[in-house]
Design a protein around this ligand. Sequence first.
Ligand code: SAM
Length: 211
Amino acid sequence: MPDFKPNDGRLYAPATERNREPILEILERVLPNPGTILEIASGTGEHASFFAPKLAPRRWWPSDISTPMLKSIAAWQKATNARYLLPPIQLDVREQSWSVETDQKRPIDAIVNINMIHISPWKACESLIAGAERVLPDQGVLFLYGPFKRNGEHTAPSNVTFDTWLKEQTPDWGVRDLEAVEGVAKVHHLILQEVIEMPANNLSLVFHKQP
Ligand SMILES: C[S@@+](CC[C@H](N)C(=O)[O-])C[C@H]1O[C@@H](n2cnc3c(N)ncnc32)[C@H](O)[C@@H]1O
């Protein structure tokens, strides 16, 4: 049977179906409950649509920089019809101030960011972490997922190939050093609590905001 995809505006990223279950297992454990979870760089919106019903009563608030992605997220939201999945907002982490900072109705308890910091300039990672410091309350959670180098070394040959490919796309993209990310986070009072090895040589990083 052909893999039928409805023509309703939803975009699909093949990696999502492979990584969503292992990521969900971590999120269920580390995210505050109840709470509002801001997802940064939601991409197609498939993760949001999958996670929101399973993580209820937490509210899942998707976002992305890209207008085509926001359309896809909205299409996934419509198809999912999940009570706890909020409409997506446009958010570029590099903005000096994020619109969510002034939305007192929806304080953010945690930030989830999957597969963005290697597919964007290092500045985006720094801005993400600086924004997390501004937005999160004390003990708020920042969750990052993706490939990382450890002590300057790749953790698998597939990550070497991926890093080369990323830099060919744009020289300031690339697999990030876990220690560099941890260092920036520390400056912003986000302390690395857990490093969890995930399938396909990815890591989940869990940070807690300290006063
Ligand atoms: C590889 S996709 C990952 C999408 C999704 N999280 C996933 O795992 O399927 C990277 C996403 O980062 C978003 N992005 C890149 N730069 C960004 C920025 N400065 N602020 C917010 N999102 C950004 C892109 O639009 C894209 O949707």
